[in-house]
Design a protein around this ligand. Structure first.
Ligand code: 5GP
Length: 116
């Protein structure tokens, strides 16, 4: 059984978060420590710890994460200029919270993809 994270509490609204969107499959909220002018996290409501745990049964929620990313980028006014979607996996990927999340970052030029 996967261990719940703080994100499960955000989904259930047990702790505060700036929730921008929620439906039966996904929740989106502002990152508490934004790395860019726009920094939103989009997560499945079901607990999937890492991309390594993704199964075919998750495909609907994973697809919804992208349609919500598109909608929120448009609402944030950053769609035309562009943005970046990032999902980190495990230690080398820099994952800190073990409930998969799509970072939607933009609102400024983001520079090169990787700094190692
Ligand atoms: P990761 O490094 O796992 O890809 O990203 C985790 C992200 O979650 C970080 O950008 C971090 O700022 C954000 N985060 C961690 N805890 C909280 C929280 O309690 N609330 C919100 N809104 N964001 C959080």
């Amino acid at each position: 059984m996967a261990q719940e994270t703080i994100f499960s509490k955000i989904i259930r609204k047990e702790i505060p978060a700036d929730i921008l969107y929620q439906d039966d499959l996904v929740t989106a909220f502002r990152d508490i420590q934004p790395k860019a002018n726009t920094h939103i996290l989009i997560i499945p409501n079901v607990l999937i710890p890492t991309v390594n745990d993704v199964e075919a049964e998750h495909e609907l929620a994973l697809g919804r994460m992208f349609t919500v990313a598109r909608k929120l980028a448009s609402e944030a006014g950053i769609a035309e200029d562009g943005y970046r979607l990032i999902m980190n996996c495990n230690r080398h990927g820099g994952q800190e919270v073990y409930h998969i999340h799509l970072h939607l970052v933009g609102g400024q030029p983001l520079g090169p993809l990787l700094s190692l």
